[in-house]
Design a protein around this ligand. Structure first.
Ligand SMILES: C[S@@+](CC[C@H](N)C(=O)[O-])C[C@H]1O[C@@H](n2cnc3c(N)ncnc32)[C@H](O)[C@@H]1O
Length: 288
């Protein structure tokens, strides 16, 4: 079974390059998946022979990377994303970590993802774990859940995960930064804020209304240390302060943000106390 190099049918071409500019920097600046969360995911697969993972909205492959560490016997990974530059970055990041695991990366929209039909004599591949990290809020949730139900192996688990961003973080320094970002966003602010992730509650409701209604919630406290330089790099990869958002004033924004963060850090690091949340879902026996 092989996938074509180009996008599969159904990909909204106008959105395919959405995060193109961010791909190179995303892998470098985005915080990874906490090891404790990766262990929780690995536990769902440990007793299975040749366990398989489908990661939707894989970006630069942060979930496969963490899971390969937690479960080196992972047999097959498929990552789907509509951004080709993100997938290219994922291949670069994951290839050295693969060992005996096989990797396929598919340029597709999660809502229309389908495994390729097998060659004669091969089996359909069915994911034992389907993950969606920091990506579900940008997708049509019910469509993704219905599709996951159709393609998953009978005993599969599904994990929807994420943490806050520096936009939602509530320390003095991140609130001062947010005020500055708001000033620079100006007229486009309403559009940008409208695109920010939906909170947990609607996701839980979508799960409850789907085949994946057996849900447990796991919260992992995370403390991150940021240098001002790293904050600026991270901001360039976000949907609320990315390079294209300040209509030609990005350099000025970065200069002002740098001064602000240097003052607030006062020679040290800036701390972010947050939580990484995993909604781990299964299908009740009758729904499989
Ligand atoms: C914030 S990044 C998260 C990447 C990765 N999962 C992580 O945790 O670092 C969101 C990713 O989801 C992808 N994405 C968003 N909506 C999508 C959709 N409907 N179908 C496929 N990919 C999507 C974006 O292209 C981007 O790579």
């Amino acid at each position: 079974m092989t996938y074509p190099d180009g996008p599969l049918p159904g990909l909204p071409t106008d959105r395919a390059e959405l995060l193109a500019a961010a791909a190179a920097e995303y892998d470098r600046y985005q915080p990874g998946v906490p090891p404790e969360a990766a262990d929780l995911l690995a536990d769902t697969l440990r007793d299975l022979p040749d366990p398989t993972l489908l990661d939707l909205g894989t970006g630069t492959g942060q979930v496969p990377k963490a899971l390969l560490k937690a479960l080196p016997c992972l047999d097959y990974i498929e990552g789907g994303d509509w951004s080709r530059p993100m997938l290219d970055q994922a291949r670069t990041a994951l290839t050295p970590e693969l060992g005996n695991c096989t990797l396929s990366l598919v340029q597709t929209s999660a809502e229309v993802y389908a495994p390729l039909a097998p060659l004669p004599g091969e089996q359909w591949w069915t994911p034992d774990l389907i993950t969606c990290c920091r990506a579900y809020p940008w997708m049509s949730g019910p469509d993704v859940l219905a599709r996951a139900h159709r393609i998953a192996s009978p005993q599969a688990s599904l994990a929807i995960m994420g943490d806050g961003t520096l936009w939602t973080h509530k320390a003095d320094w991140s609130q001062a930064l947010r005020r500055l970002i708001r000033q620079y966003l100006g007229a486009v602010r309403a559009d940008v804020l409208g695109a920010l992730p939906k909170p947990l509650r609607p996701i839980q409701e979508e799960l409850a209304d789907s085949a994946w209604s057996d849900v447990s919630e796991h919260r992992f406290p995370v403390t991150r240390s940021w240098t001002p330089q790293r904050v600026l790099g991270y901001l360039r990869t976000t949907s609320f302060a990315g390079t294209g958002l300040f209509t030609g004033r990005h350099a000025a924004f970065e200069e002002e943000a740098r001064t602000l963060l240097d003052d607030l850090a006062d020679g040290g690091d800036l701390l972010e106390e947050t939580e990484f949340t995993v909604l781990l879902a299964r299908r009740p026996a009758g729904a499989r």
